[in-house]
Ligand binder design. Structure first.
Ligand code: ZN
Ligand code: ZN
Length: 154
């Protein structure tokens, strides 16, 4: 295929790869953001919701009820044996997993402190960071872009 003569080749210029932690100089057209290596699909940076995101305070309860039923659940908090009732609705699969008292994060932390499970507190705090980057670079190198995924890799 031959390009029409009038169409000028886009000028390559020195660019610095924007991939977190890379910074390599490469030659690219003005919209290029990443060096050839980081242009590959597997390096594509996208923010995704952690799979367990929805399960931090809730649980996914797969069921096939076609009418509302009431169920008794056990509080998911380590060391708590409270039970609580929830109403299960058709085609709704996300339900609270803690007893009413422990739906409050502060209360959960207090409870874990009393049973001496600092490790679970740490874990809980990590899980409540909603987003993570794929191919996580060093924390300070993360670009603070908006919530949109960076989808326009040249
Ligand atoms: Zn790069
Ligand atoms: Zn509880």
């Amino acid at each position: 295929m031959q390009l029409p003569k009038s169409r000028r080749r886009q000028k390559l210029r020195e660019k610095r790869c924007l991939y977190p932690g890379c910074g390599k100089i490469f030659f690219g057209i003005h919209i290029s953001k990443y060096c050839p290596e980081h242009r590959q699909d597997r390096y594509r940076i996208r923010k995704r919701t952690k799979p367990e995101d929805v399960n931090i305070k809730n649980q996914t309860f797969k069921h096939s009820y076609t009418e509302v039923v009431t169920m008794v659940m056990n509080c998911a908090l380590e060391g708590c044996n409270h039970q609580f009732e929830i109403k299960i609705y058709p085609r709704q699969y996300i339900y609270p997993k803690y007893c009413p008292e422990h739906r409050n994060e502060y209360r959960r932390i207090r409870h874990l402190q009393t049973i001496d499970r600092e490790d679970l507190i740490e874990q809980m705090k990590r899980e409540s960071e909603n987003f993570e980057l794929e191919h996580v670079p060093g924390k300070n190198e993360v670009e603070h872009t908006d919530k949109e995924a960076i989808g326009d890799v040249a």
